[in-house]
Design a protein around this ligand. Sequence first.
Ligand code: AMP
Ligand code: ZN
Length: 111
Amino acid sequence: MSCIFCKIAAGEIPSQKVYEDEAVYAFRDINPVAPVHILIVPKTHIPSVGAINSENSSIVARIFEVIPKIAEAEGLSRGYRVVSNAGEDAGQTVMHLHFHIIGGRKLTIMA
Ligand code: AMP
Ligand code: ZN
């Protein structure tokens, strides 16, 4: 399989792991835009938000259960942003569903 985030989630490519369970993997972004910049991904390959459907949405719920735990562990009590870029106009560069967790400073307005 050639997907970089599948390989990271499987431990085949090194990453700075933040959280892992049987379905979800979270790791530090290699090019952080804020003091805390974590990516959380499903271990199964879903290309983007555009491919979420009734068959696979339970993993998305799982991811959003884990996000507050990570935020708490990272000390983001003042707040944080969760972002997923979907498709070309949004600038998605890795075609494996991922949610950015960004915080640790006052964030500027979106877009
Ligand atoms: P996006 O542009 O929303 O598709 O986000 C992809 C993100 O993945 C970017 O913020 C990259 O910095 C990050 N990224 C790409 N390769 C790696 C890697 N090997 N380890 C950690 N983060 C990565
Ligand atoms: Zn993948």
